[in-house]
Design a protein around this ligand. Sequence first.
Ligand code: ATP
Ligand code: MG
Length: 232
Amino acid sequence: MAGRELLIRTLDLHRDFQMGHVTVHALDGVSLTVEEGEFLGVMGPSGSGKSTLLHLLGGLDRPTAGHIWVRGQDITALDENELAAYRRQEVGFVFQAFNLISTMTALQNVEFPMLFARVPPAQRRERARYLLETVGLTDRMGHKPTELSGGEQQRVAIARALANDPAIILADEPTGNLDSRTGAEVMEALARLNREQGRTIIVVSHDPAVVAFAGQCIHLLDGRIADAPTPP
Ligand SMILES: Nc1ncnc2c1ncn2[C@@H]1O[C@H](COP(=O)(O)OP(=O)(O)OP(=O)(O)O)[C@@H](O)[C@H]1O
Ligand SMILES: [Mg+2]
């Protein structure tokens, strides 16, 4: 697609973890760019730094060295409050383990992030309903997580990730707890958000079938990008 804007740029990202006398170089110099509306797959073996990269991009963690610009703003220079605002406004997370609140219905789970964004109650409810409809859960709004299938729970999590209308969706092994057919449904839901709403989506997975949904793909190995993004 022509004329897409640069959304994310990282330069020489490093993330070290100190484990006693040993330093783990979880990320060892990652430079990449993500355009607005891109669907990027991140592959690589266990321990290669995929989750670490996603956490840095989402402002859940800070790099040991290097920079991350989002729309030209260096998020590594933000203070804690500014970083929290970045997470709330710009990023939606989808995790392997769904992470829904078990005592709340699907509707309440999707409303939850809007509480922190101080959205008025009636508007919260209306938007949560709309988001659950967009992921095909019109008939499941009053169900609690234990009353939903795995794929349905993950679609609730996707709706929740969209609550504050983020530009960026970060998904870490979103199909890891699902069988392949249900996983494909969840990936199709993400692909639709990308196609129809232009959301920028970054999906981490081991599974080539999952990453096949992405337009571009990077491979991490020992905290480094192993090759250039391959064309679809
Ligand atoms: N909080 C931490 N403290 C110490 N080491 C960590 C921490 N988080 C990650 N690591 C190490 O950093 C490396 C990269 O971890 P990361 O979780 O990013 O891998 P991954 O590619 O997501 O793996 P997986 O596919 O198993 O989820 C691993 O060697 C891991 O042990
Ligand atoms: Mg991981």
